[in-house]
Design a protein around this ligand. Structure first.
Ligand code: CA
Ligand code: CA
Length: 359
């Protein structure tokens, strides 16, 4: 099977992220009302994520967004309420939620195991916050406890699509309080993510060259002039990428080059700390969409601090500043060094074993 080869290649390429047990905070610091979360946390880190910034962690992170964004001032919805778990028959049929069936296959048994003590909305946000703990460079994000059960499925058409224009995405996200710059910060998540269904012939195709590391490569890679498709051409929402084995979303490409957001996008290339801090702040806002924050309890101390990262932004082997689509009008793209070696062929992200290989 193809992913066995990919796994060994990934370990070879990224020795720094070999899985180690994630360092947990001293449990004495955890408020009494949050203490019941500790064994749940350990179960999710050890058995759902297997202490890796891999497919299961990426799926849990994606689920945060797809659950929370299901809210609108005009058509309603409960936001970060866990509706995507409880009303999955409705929400998984939305085209923008394509591929989330595999994620629910992975997290579902853990959700059911703890459903008597953790509400669906809390579970989604808790698992998502924990998923970052395995990813070097990711921020330690807030976790608030106490979301009531969801009342109804999200209305349709609220989750942005990869083929939506920058303006469409900006309008949708703006309707629930996120500026275009906030959206760029949220797109940092694509540093640790991949596509399972955009190209129907490929699963686990990363969006940047390092899907196990929350580095700034996504902001470099997406601005390189596209020259190839990792699989087939002509897929909706996909544009040509510059690095073999990676997939470029049309929406990422547009937002990276849009006059409103290009300078913010470029600013993250050499500022991993700002990327992580801004992303963490926007995830915290996402996690309480539709919720009354005053009724939630701060259990953030249960979330482990992710491994730190010394980020050295570089152009991928064989590429230089000449390959960058300069998009920020105010500041030149930084003239980075080029990483040594032959052109990259980024391996697919090994898929979590959910016993379900369809999509
Ligand atoms: Ca929801
Ligand atoms: Ca990355």
């Amino acid at each position: 099977m193809v992913f066995k080869t990919a796994l060994s290649a990934l370990v070879f390429a990224l020795p720094a992220v070999l899985s180690l047990s994630i360092k947990r905070e001293a449990d004495a610091l955890v408020p009494e009302k949050c203490a019941f979360l500790l064994p749940i946390r350990d179960d999710l880190l050890d058995n759902l994520f297997t202490n890796e910034c891999g497919d299961a962690a990426h799926g849990a992170l994606r689920l945060i967004f797809h659950d929370a964004i299901g809210i609108s001032p005009t058509v309603g919805g409960g936001g970060a309420d866990g509706s995507i778990l409880i009303f999955n028959e409705t929400e998984l049929a939305f085209p923008a939620n394509d591929g989330l069936d595999d994620v629910l296959d992975d997290v579902g048994p853990f959700f059911l195991k703890f459903a008597d003590v953790l509400s669906p909305g809390d579970f989604v946000q808790f698992a998502g916050a924990l998923s970052l703990a395995a990813c070097p460079g990711a921020p330690q994000v807030e976790f608030l406890l106490g979301r009531p059960p969801p009342i109804a499925a999200s209305p349709p058409n609220l989750v942005p699509e990869p083929f939506d224009s920058a303006t469409t995405i900006s309008d949708r996200m703006g309707s629930v309080g996120f500026t275009p710059d906030d959206v760029v910060a949220l797109l940092s998540s694509h540093s640790i993510a991949g596509a399972d269904t955009v190209d129907p012939t490929l699963q686990g195709v990363p969006f940047d060259s390092t899907p196990s590391v929350f580095d700034t490569n996504i902001f470099i890679d997406v601005l390189l002039t596209g020259t190839l498709f990792p699989g087939t051409a002509g897929n909706q929402g996909e544009l040509m990428t510059a690095i073999e084995g990676t997939l470029r979303l049309q929406s990422d490409s547009e937002i990276a080059r849009d006059a409103r957001t290009a300078c913010t996008w470029q600013s993250f290339v050499t500022d991993q700390a700002a990327m992580a801090a801004n992303f963490g702040a926007q995830v915290a806002r996402l996690a309480v969409l539709g919720q009354d924050v005053n009724k939630l309890i701060d259990c953030s101390s249960v979330i482990p601090k992710p491994p730190s990262l010394i980020d050295i932004p570089e152009f991928p082997p064989g590429q230089t500043i000449a390959d960058i689509d300069q998009s920020c009008d105010l500041v030149k793209f930084p003239n980075l060094k080029t990483a040594p070696g032959p052109p990259l062929v980024v391996p697919a992200i090994p898929q979590a074993d959910s016993g379900d290989d369809d999509s």
